[in-house]
Design a binder for this molecule. Structure first.
Ligand SMILES: Nc1ncnc2c1ncn2[C@@H]1O[C@H](COP(=O)(O)OP(=O)(O)OP(=O)(O)O)[C@@H](O)[C@H]1O
Length: 365
């Protein structure tokens, strides 16, 4: 058993994946927590006296985030009020179980917990959405809705910050993914530790430089309660490729994770690239880079019985919706927000539905 390389006199029990240092348990805790403290203070993530909602899924990252934020808040006197915010996507056998873990964390860490559900916010659970759209594009719905649901929850709770458990591996994966896709707009902002969601509540990522393997180690040695099952619906395939690539590269040299993040941070996207501007959605009033946000477009598709509508290019979709609205209005539509509720309304007669289905098919979206 080698001696702890922090020279504390104890024996090492682990090798840090990030640095290769052999450490005892206590010195690992200290190094791990100090790095997060350093990240928080260097980026001036929080103003003293603020309220922070920790986006809590019950998984390892957000559980460790909640635990460490509480610990650092007390140790260094950040003077923060911490609350937990969870989104119930309505995935039976997955989110219902992980929410039980969050409730346990609420009691253990003595933090208030607010749970918001897709069913209440959008009228649909993910189980229902998957039944409608199948397993191919369901992650798009889930990701878009979750992002907005967290914004809505943060506004409801009137917090000053929303902290998520995105770790170094997540960020490096996202950099790779955006390079592979040539998505310059996202590449430009994906390494930011603080992002603006358009509602004035910044999103922050205190675990931005923390390796996933170390988060798992920390949770294990601290005996934290977390939920470790993967989502039962197909994981986002494209991210999966980036993840496999990153894991392979990490085996060759663990420093690649930090190197990719630092490369992403140093990249300067050409000014001529088409960058989106942040505005508010005309329908729901939440942050969007389009007049109608992605969440509203996806919801529109679901409610019209055409779930693939929102998957395509937003400009084409917008045109389709406008054409459809014109036809419905000519047919004397009752203008119910949920078109499937139109019942006996003239717009619900099959020709209009058929027209739009055909247009969607033609666009192959
Ligand atoms: N249902 C949810 N409710 C609240 N926050 C969520 C939820 N799902 C994800 N998040 C937030 O987004 C972060 C990144 O989510 P992602 O789906 O990548 O999960 P993850 O990497 O497995 O993280 P975790 O281990 O915390 O589940 C999470 O750490 C958490 O802060």
């Amino acid at each position: 058993m080698p001696a702890c390389s922090a020279n504390c006199g104890k024996n090492a029990i682990l090798k840090r994946p990030k640095t290769g240092d052999a450490l005892c348990k206590e010195c690992f805790f200290e190094a791990f927590e100090n790095e997060i403290h350093f990240t928080i203070t260097r980026a001036k993530l929080f103003t003293p006296g603020s309220t922070v909602a920790v986006a809590a899924s019950g998984g390892k990252d957000s559980t460790v985030l909640a635990y460490v934020l509480k610990l650092l808040n007390e140790k260094y006197g950040y003077n923060l009020k911490l609350v937990l915010l969870s989104i119930d996507e309505g995935i039976t056998g997955y989110r219902d179980d992980s929410l039980e873990t969050v409730k346990q964390n609420r009691d253990d860490y003595e933090m208030p917990l607010k749970i918001m559900s897709y069913k209440d916010l959008y009228g649909w659970t993910m189980d229902e959405i998957v039944a409608e759209v199948g397993r191919k594009n369901n992650c798009t719905f889930c990701g878009v809705f979750r992002r907005q649901a967290l914004d809505r929850g943060a506004m409801l709770l009137k917090v000053n910050y929303l902290a998520t458990g995105h770790n170094a591996d997540d960020i490096a994966e996202t950099v790779l993914m955006n390079i592979l896709r040539g998505d310059l707009a996202r590449l430009n902002r994906c390494t930011s530790i603080i992002t603006d969601s358009g509602d004035g509540i910044p999103r922050v990522k205190p675990l931005k430089y923390t390796y996933e393997k170390e988060i798992v180690m920390y949770a294990y040695f601290r005996k934290l309660v977390y939920f470790s099952t993967e989502c039962i619906f197909a994981p986002n395939a494209y991210r999966g490729h980036a993840r496999v690539l990153l894991k392979d590269l990490e085996k060759v040299d663990p420093a690649v994770i930090m190197n990719i993040i630092q490369s992403g941070e140093s990249l300067c996207v050409n000014e001529t690239a088409n960058m989106p501007t942040l505005m508010t959605c005309e329908r729901c009033g939440y942050g969007s880079s389009q007049k109608i946000c992605k969440a509203c477009t996806l919801l529109e598709g679901l409610n019209r019985g055409l779930p693939r509508l929102g998957i395509g290019k937003s400009s084409k979709v917008k045109k389709l919706i406008e054409q459809d609205d014109l036809k419905r209005s000519a047919a004397g539509c009752c203008k119910s927000k949920n078109k499937s509720d139109c019942g006996n309304c003239a717009c619900n007669k099959n020709e209009i539905k058929r027209d739009l289905s055909k247009a969607v098919e033609e666009l192959k979206i």
